[in-house]
Design a protein around this ligand. Sequence first.
Ligand code: T1G
Length: 663
Amino acid sequence: MAEVVQCSVHEGVAVVSINHPPVNALAWQVRDSLLTALQCAEADPEVRAILIAGAGKTFPAGADIAEFDTPRKEPWLPQICTQIEMCRKPVVAELHGTVLGGGFELALACHFRIGLRSTRVGLPEVKLGLIPGAGGTQRTPRLVGAKVALDMILSGRILPLDQPPYRIFADRLVAEPEDLRAAALEFCHEAVAKGPRPSCERREGFADPTETQLELTKRAADEADRPENARREAVAAVEAAFLLPFDAGCAFEEAAFADLVASDQSKAMRHAFFAERRAAKVALSVDQHPSQIKTLAILGAGTLASQLAVAALNAGLAVRWGIADPDRRIAAWTDVEDSFEDAVSAGDLTKQVAKDVLKRLICGTMADMVRSADFVIRAAEGLQRSDMAEDVVCATAVAENVDQIGLRFARPAHLSRLVEVIEGPRARPDQLGSAIALVKRLGKQPVHVRSSGETIGGRMMAALHGAADALVDLGASPYDIDDALTKWGLELPPFLQRDATGLRIVGRVERHEGGMNWSAVLAQAGRTGRASGQGFYTYLGDAATPVHDDKVLMLFDKHRADRNGVKKADIVPLILGAMVNEGARLVDEHVAASASDIDVVMMAGHQFPRWRGGPMKAAELHGLFRVIRAMQGANHPDKALWVPHPRLAALMRNGKGIEALSN
Ligand code: T1G
């Protein structure tokens, strides 16, 4: 196995190259070898400067996230950063690719940084429920100030090194990859004359203490009520950098990091990180070489078709839009043109770019449009398969039976990330491979589903609503249910959601055995939802503020025998219980490949909070034993809700986590 750290000396410069593909993550063996290489280089009289670089596609893109679920092995990253910073010889970082998290912190600990213009940098730890844990909250604000540092840390965005204000991080930029190493070695020789320049001694970012304190106070207020702990800790750590000596600030950061890495929020968000990558990988196992998709045909008019056209154009595809009615064709084109004009007015696009993008859109008859397409999407109901080449995949994006390939876009389709890719009973592997390749090409999150049209999201949301209704059957208040789920982190709880949809529509959905259709009860009583000002809630004032209404509870009590209610503490475990039970069924029926795929669907397409990790992971973190005990305590005729599925009971018995729930 190749060395993960290679070291060689070139005219007095020790080149320490990290080689741990695919992203040079700073795993234990890398850290250990890196520390040794640095100590050797510092001790080597031949060496006058040290260059740290990353082999392959990028300088380290962070610590090894997978290691956070295992006991920490020394040396840990802060120790290596201190070794670099305190080195008596100048240490230069040679940057390229995506320099993120611990990789960026390593670069900041270096005395100088030289990089490719195309390099991107970032501190994405909050997306993992963490804060930078190797000096990032201390060194970054010292160089760029509290505002920019907190913009980087709280957004977690990947940012262009060659653009202000991030340009400050680079002492020199190089345009061409082939010139980087030579320029870096030359820069090292110049650095010998300059000598080491520890970032911990720099405070130009705090030049205006009043402005800094104002920024910190504002950020602390902004984050005070947000559920994500890491965000609040990030502000506190940057404040520590401003107020405390460097070592004390680092100690504060390290203590906060240690708490966060062990927290359920971070475990949930790390699960989300790997679950999304696993879900997107299905394509490769199905079809190694999916055909390149350059031209997408969309058939049918309507909101979904427009949104798909915008999404495809934004992804750089040519769009051939087939609409039978010429008048509707013009209207459709104008619809998309308006979207891009809105983007220009919002400053997201220049007029010229919008003009160039629209050149890739052609509308015409369906037969004409499919002729030059690599992939076809039927985006309206009742359309037949047009005459097209055998190898061109034709997928349906509307709620109808799926024989081959279905694509279920979360709405709105041009903004939402999720696409459930349905493999129908007669689908071929190459068709599935192409469908998932298209979804990735659109920059969206694919999740593979095996069915004839039903979706993972649809089944899971039905389980959530079914459980919510069943809790009302058992005497619970819809308001207590919504409050508990909102506090738990659900953006739009079930009864508020139904009022938004309209109770006449929702009321048509049959309840399972032994349950009242509470939406239908309200609709029959004339309370049809938010639009009418009354539904589960009564909506007051211009802002239509939802308020509880005792008349609803009195109406429900007339229709239900059981008024004992449910302990508020059991509401979330019972809702999670019904969902994780449905999840076990979906995996058992091979509709879903794994529990983690289900979580990806619920986070990417149904507003489940990422810091909860989705319903399956949330049930595990809550404790499967506790969830199942709550389920066994609920006596309801609809056994599908709370009689634990055998695979779930087995997980609990064997002390396994939901990762084990997969095919
Ligand atoms: N740790 C472990 N595995 C990682 C990884 C990481 N940091 N980054 C990527 N991988 C794996 C990934 O799972 C996939 O594996 C393969 O590499 C390719 O990734 C102390 C606490 C760098 C922009 O959050 O954002 O540093 O699926 O498919 O599209 O303060 O990966 O092939 O088996 O995403 O080219 C901070 C996370 C860590 C960056 C490349 N760093 N990575 O995107 O490839 S916390 C991050 C990314 C930290 C310190 C703290 C992206 C990428 P597999 P990929 P890509």
